[in-house]
Every structure is written in C-alpha cells, then in structure tokens.
Design a protein around this ligand. Structure first.
Ligand code: DGY
Length: 328
C-alpha cells in the first residue's frame, strides 16, 4: 500500500514536529483540540481511516471494532499500555495493533521513585507548610519521614519499567524484591540484586514499599484486592504508576484513611479521572494526574515510534512494535 495514500486519523494533539511529519508522510486528519474524541467520533474515524492513532483515553472495544470500515488495518497506539484496546478482537478482524514500548521506561521509573520519596519523606506536608506561611524554621523533630536506604521495596511486575525502578532503588540503597509472572533470568536478577518471590502474598506481607509496575490485564485486575492490601505492614506505603485497575481503590481508600497503611502515591486511578474521595485530602497520600511519562523527550520519542510503526506498515512490513494477544 503506497504510504501517500494511507489515511491516518489521530485522536489527540501530538507534539508539533510529530504532527508535521505525519502531514508530510500520510494523508492525516489531526485533532484540533486536546479533548478526547467521543465514541461517535471514534466510530466515524474508524469507518474511514486506514490507520487510527488513539491513546489511552480512547476505549477501542469490541463494539467499536465491529463498526470499523474495511479499510482500517492498523491501530497505532500513542502509548505503551494497550488495555484500552481489544487486541484479540482487532486481530480477528485482521487489524494490527502497535504501541510505543521502551521510550517511557525511564520517565515512568523516575516518577515512581519521586512518588516513593514524596510519600516517605512527607514532601506534600512540607510544601503545604511553606506555601501557607506556616513554616517557622528548622526543627529537630518536625516532619520526620523514613530513610529509603535499607528499606525493602517490592516490585509487582518486573518488565522494563519494574527493572528500571529496581536500578534506581538500588542506587538509593533499597533492598529489591519482586513478583512477576515469570522469574527473570539469573544474570538479570543478579545484576539487579533482586529477590524473587513466587508468592505475591508472602512478598507483600514483608515489604516497606510496594510499587505496582505490571500492566492491567484480566489477570492483574484487582491483584491488590482488600485481602492482599490487608497483608501489608501497617507502616508500608504503596505506589502505582502503572494502571489504577490493579488496585482495589475503594479498599485502598478505606485502609489509608483508617491508618492501616502508612501512605500511598498514585499516578493512575481505577476509574480514570474520577478519584476515590477517601484518597483525597490526606497528608500521606500523593495524587498525580497520570504524568509518569510526561516529559517533552518522551512524548517526542513516542511520536517517533508511532511514525515508524505506520511507515513500516505502509511499506508492506509488520510494524516493529506490533502487539499480539499472546504478549498480554
Ligand atoms: C502508557 O503509554 O500506557 C502510559 O501509561 C502513559 O503514561
């Protein structure tokens, strides 16, 4: 299929240089606002385009895929997570799905460590004091947090991002533990000085900090349910820069409010932008608006990956970052 005839619909605003390159390469319809598309707009886009470039706010479910036009052959996601796309249904319709893995790893891992530090070192409380003009100077006993060095960090999901978190945590002197579907190869485990736990229950019960770094799939939904959260130590904290659905947010809200957990740092939520009210207004809970990968560099690299995926497809090859259901 000659690339100049590929019609591409992009559902959100992308960095200017990426949009410019898209216009040079394809017959592209860009979004002129940064509002997510409505379901009707998505359906219309999928009826006419050869390639759709969605991002995580677009629910590309079986119903929408069923309405897609015959031309739609590639869903080139702008983002790494594909839990908003029914990849199996797309496959059955002969529609390829690609994503942008790898280029968000370091930024997301940085933000994970930032959340761990913010919660354990009580940064929001300190910031609030200064902003409110309530800070009266240094004190030997004020705003004491916990030292990261020597603490046990449990990483749930030891893929690219989990491993990047582990490397950072080692630099802070933390002891790294992990649970993953598959144990890492010995040389990787040794390099990270990481201890593998086959039993997630046993791991979470012993950690000072738990970091969620696994994708959201049917088997990770509510992996941290009320029972498992209840196994955590009362002075432990939990951070999540992956997907909100991995934690039962109601249970988490109840537990931090009741003092059954020392704190939480969240960049993602179970119900999108609707945050459980129990989690709000607490000094030991840091809430961010899904900004773990939000660097200018990362967004450009994501765009470049999307361009390469579409161009490779246009040139008659499989996109390098094709997602197949077996990977999920
Ligand atoms: C992704 O691409 O899936 C990330 O969650 C965005 O931060």
């Amino acid at each position: 299929m000659p690339s100049q005839r590929l019609s591409v619909v992009v559902t959100r605003r992308l960095p200017d240089p990426i949009e410019t390159r898209m216009m040079e390469l394809f017959n592209v319809k860009l979004r002129d606002t940064d509002e997510p598309m409505t379901r009707a707009e998505l359906a219309a886009a999928m009826q006419t385009a050869d390639v759709l470039v969605p991002s995580l706010a677009d629910q590309i479910d079986a119903g929408l895929i069923a309405q897609a036009g015959e031309r739609l052959r590639l869903i080139a996601n702008y983002g790494a997570g594909v839990d908003h796309i029914d990849v199996e249904t797309a496959r059955r319709r002969g529609i390829l799905v690609s994503n942008t893995p790898g280029v968000l790893t370091d930024d997301t891992a940085d933000m994970t460590v930032a959340l761990i530090l913010a919660v354990t070192r009580r940064m929001p409380e300190g910031m609030a004091q200064v902003q409110a003009g309530e800070w009266n100077g240094w004190s030997p006993t004020a705003l004491l947090g916990g030292r990261l060095g020597g603490r046990r960090l449990g990483i749930l999901g030891m893929g690219r991002i989990g491993q990047a978190v582990a490397r950072r945590a080692r630099a802070f002197g933390m002891q790294v533990h992990y649970h993953n579907r598959r144990r890492l190869r010995p040389e990787i485990e040794d390099g990270l000085e990481a201890t593998y736990w086959e039993s997630l229950d046993q791991m979470v019960a012993r950690m000072d900090v738990l970091s969620i770094n696994c994708p959201h799939t049917p088997s990770t939904f509510h992996l941290m349910n009320a029972r498992r959260l209840g196994l955590m130590k009362k002075d432990a904290v939990i951070v999540n820069t992956s997907r909100g659905e991995v934690i039962d947010e109601n249970a988490l809200g109840r537990m931090v409010r009741a003092g059954d957990l020392a704190g939480a740092g969240l960049d993602v939520y179970e119900h999108g932008t609707v945050v459980n009210p129990d989690l709000k207004g607490l000094p030991n809970v840091v809430l961010l608006p899904h900004m773990g990968s939000a660097t200018r560099e990362g967004r450009m690299e994501m765009g470049e990956k999307v361009l390469i995926n579409i161009k490779t497809f246009a040139d008659g090859h499989r996109p390098p970052d094709q997602v197949v259901p077996a990977m999920l």
